[in-house]
Design a protein around this ligand. Structure first.
Ligand SMILES: *[C@@H]1O[C@H](CO)[C@@H](O)[C@H](O)[C@H]1NC(C)=O
Ligand SMILES: *[C@@H]1O[C@H](CO)[C@@H](O)[C@H](O)[C@H]1NC(C)=O
Ligand SMILES: *[C@@H]1O[C@H](CO)[C@@H](O)[C@H](O)[C@H]1NC(C)=O
Ligand SMILES: *[C@@H]1O[C@H](CO)[C@@H](O)[C@H](O)[C@H]1NC(C)=O
Ligand SMILES: *[C@@H]1O[C@H](CO)[C@@H](O)[C@H](O)[C@H]1NC(C)=O
Ligand SMILES: *[C@@H]1O[C@H](CO)[C@@H](O)[C@H](O)[C@H]1NC(C)=O
Ligand SMILES: [Cu+2]
Length: 640
């Protein structure tokens, strides 16, 4: 019988750019619109969205509020966003398109309604963003732009969007017409889907009982296909097929987590040794009873003097007895802190304020801060290691302060090279330069944080373009250089997949990190090097949804440059899920058999290895795995 052994190759020795200052950040340029929303769209590029406001940059004869920013050159291309994207929600879909939903109605200066209302009027000429559905499909030719014109069934300002296991989207919550918080009379206690489904919108009572701290409800798809939803101090598992609460989880006595309290949040790493168990982390926010937050006009008290909480809590929603567990405290109290995954599975934590919280109001609490409801920007970044012993999970070692204040409406996202792009900040109803406290003015500076390992030699970037759910495995050849000259390093080698998410309001919606299951075979001829046998995604699209992601090879905690890949079929709809082919057992000591040594050979260019399938009897690719392996230029296909 003929077997095709497709061999994944490592390609591109392109050096990653050198940072002047690993462990530090650098201001690398300016965006043309303020980055209220931000996502990593394609290699070297991010998309930035602002609300409709008086940015100097003009498109079609009016101010722009969208751009594609090239992170290599710092050059940006203005995008044609038509409707008002103020506090919209967004997510990538299983077919690679990004959807951005909801926002505010048409406005003129200072965010006031147009006259007549809902008219396309100067100076901004913006369309009604409340029910808007907009789509952006990344491209390489610099020609892609937003596609508008479709609508949801409801107006949703501050809605959450989460991807489902079939690559379609869930869009939940929000309010119709804006304001500091939701109120009983302006609250959208329902959800709908994109593409739309017949029963939309579906009522969700949980979003009524959690008024007023329920905007951008904190929602994650769980492995079972149910949604974890957190608002107020409550949490549930929601069953989508019966449209009802599947389980009431315990309430937390900790700080409020949703906007405007705005805790930093993340789903913890999904790793094979924990069977991809899904735990959630919530850090900071403000401790204040539900009834005391305020109304649409603003808080009932002067929030500016109130320190944000240092409390972190974790919950594992689908464990047998889910409880809120106290985690290590933050170094500094924080509202609007952002967790951003690094390629090694640690999380960078930065942004936000030490006093007050998100939102802005015209109540005039401070003559210095303008409308900001947050004060004392936090500059100190830290790294959270989810698997470090309790008490030592946050570290600031080797990290210098960031330089640009990131207050309300700021964002941060992981880039392909492992650095973090931070942008935005604008706690004002329109572009503002007049606040005496300059750190509350509109911010355009783009700053990049470089992890401490940034300048170290990196493993080679993997040349893999797709991952499926289950099925066969692929092989990555590790050179001596990839292993830093040490055979021991192969034990630490892993491949990781990151959905960098849709960043807005301190939350990277949709952000997930997964370590692929792998084993290794050390070169059997005694040379430093080996092969990593890497499984596809676990056979359940609810663990890590289909759509665009980045793939990294990590050796000794140092990542390669990331490769943009597609997880799943690249289409909306049921994903192809295959039985998992077991991995070969890891092999360390050189085998006495000279036969297998002869067949583990590396070609001159170092990227292709022939693997002897007789020493790996389970290696087979003829069961129709759906991943496409990037075979090296030499077309290394071994017919056995
Ligand atoms: C993905 O699906 C959405 C929703 O149906 C659609 O608007 C978009 O054009 C699709 N993208 C691609 C690349 O086919
Ligand atoms: C917008 O608000 C600022 C500050 O309150 C004010 O100076 C300005 O006149 C307002 N602009 C318009 C067009 O209302
Ligand atoms: C909000 O509450 C304040 C203080 O109680 C009150 O003065 C104001 O009228 C309320 N605003 C709205 C829109 O209900
Ligand atoms: C770093 O920023 C924090 C605020 O987040 C501040 O308290 C601290 O003094 C700063 N450190 C330095 C060295 O400037
Ligand atoms: C990882 O692969 C090994 C070897 O095939 C297998 O025993 C183990 O169950 C896998 N782990 C998971 C979480 O699938
Ligand atoms: C990467 O994979 C693609 C697709 O299989 C292939 O065409 C290309 O030659 C590979 N690149 C290198 C440098 O091996
Ligand atoms: Cu907002």
């Amino acid at each position: 019988m003929e077997k095709l052994a497709a061999l994944a190759a490592l390609v591109s020795s392109l050096p990653v750019a050198t940072a002047a200052t690993p462990g530090r950040s650098e201001v690398v340029g300016k965006s043309q619109v303020s980055a209220m929303m931000l996502f990593n769209s394609s290699p070297g590029r991010v998309v930035i969205l602002d609300k409709t406001e008086g940015n100097a940059a003009q498109i079609d004869g009016h101010p722009a509020w969208g751009e594609e920013f090239d992170t290599v050159t710092g050059v940006s291309r203005l995008l044609r966003v038509v409707t008002n994207t103020f506090c919209a929600g967004g997510m990538s879909m299983g077919n690679g398109t990004w959807g951005v939903f909801g926002g505010n109605e048409n406005v003129r200066a200072n965010g006031t309604s147009t006259e007549p209302r809902f008219s396309i009027s100067p100076p901004y000429m913006d369309g009604d963003g409340g029910p808007a559905a907009r789509f952006y499909t990344p491209c390489n030719d610099g020609n892609c732009d937003w596609v508008e014109g479709l609508r949801m069934t409801r107006r949703r300002w501050y809605a959450t969007v989460e991807a489902l296991g079939d690559g379609t989207l869930w869009i939940g919550g929000g309010i119709g017409y804006g304001g500091y918080v939701s109120t009983p009379s302006d609250n959208e206690a329902s959800y709908e889907f994109w593409p739309p489904r017949g029963a939309d919108p579906v009522p969700m009572g949980f979003l009524s009982s959690t008024v007023p701290v329920n905007l951008y409800p904190l929602t994650w798809l769980m492995a079972s296909g149910r949604l974890f939803v957190q608002a107020g101090q409550e949490a549930i598992l929601w069953d989508l097929s019966s449209a009802s609460v599947a389980k009431y989880l315990p309430s937390t006595s900790g700080p409020m987590k949703c906007y405007p309290s705005s805790a930093g949040v993340a789903m913890l790493p999904l790793i094979p040794s924990y069977n991809y168990e899904q735990s959630l982390l919530f850090c900071g926010g403000v401790q204040r009873p539900l009834g005391e937050w305020g109304n649409a006009s603003g808080p009932y008290y002067n929030i500016l003097s109130i320190p944000a909480s240092r409390i972190c809590e974790r919950i594992t929603p689908e464990s047998e007895n889910p409880v809120w567990q106290r985690d290590d405290d933050l170094e500094e109290g924080r509202s609007m802190g952002s967790f951003v995954y690094l390629p090694d599975g640690k999380l960078w934590f930065g942004q936000g304020v030490k006093k007050g919280n998100a939102g802005y109001s015209n109540q005039g609490f401070s003559q210095y801060l303008g409308t900001s409801l947050g004060d004392e920007p936090a500059f100190q970044p830290s790294i959270y290691d989810p698997y470090a012993p309790s008490g030592s999970r946050f570290s600031t070692q080797g990290l210098k302060n960031m330089t640009v204040p990131r207050m309300y409406h700021s964002t941060a996202v992981l880039l392909d090279d492992g650095s973090i792009l931070t942008a935005g900040s604008n706690p004002n109803s329109d572009v503002t330069w007049s606040n005496p406290a300059g750190y509350t003015n509109t911010e355009y500076h783009v700053e990049r944080f470089y992890p401490t390992w940034y300048n170290q030699p990196r493993p080679t970037q993997p040349n893999v373009s797709e991952l499926g759910y289950g099925g066969g495995y692929f092989e990555i050849v590790l050179s001596s250089q990839d292993l830093g000259g040490s055979l021991e390093a192969i034990k630490s080698a892993k491949m990781t997949v990151v959905r960098s998410g849709f960043a807005t309001h301190g939350v990277n919606f949709g952000q997930r990190f997964l370590e692929l299951n792998s084993t290794y075979t050390v070169n059997q001829d005694g040379s430093v090097g080996g092969t990593l046998h890497v499984s596809n995604m676990p056979p359940n699209p609810n663990i890590f949804q289909p759509g665009p992601a980045m793939l990294f090879l990590v050796v000794n905690g140092i990542p390669s440059k990331g490769r943009h890949i597609m997880v799943g079929t690249g289409q909306l709809g049921d994903q192809k899920v295959l039985e998992v082919t077991p991995l070969p057992e890891s092999r360390e000591a050189p085998s006495p058999s000279s036969h297998s040594a002869a067949l583990a050979a590396t070609t001159n260019d170092g990227w292709v290895t022939f693997t002897d399938s007789s020493s790996n009897p389970s290696l087979q690719f003829d069961s129709g795995p759906i991943f496409v392996l990037s075979v090296a230029a030499l077309s290394a296909i071994l017919i056995l």
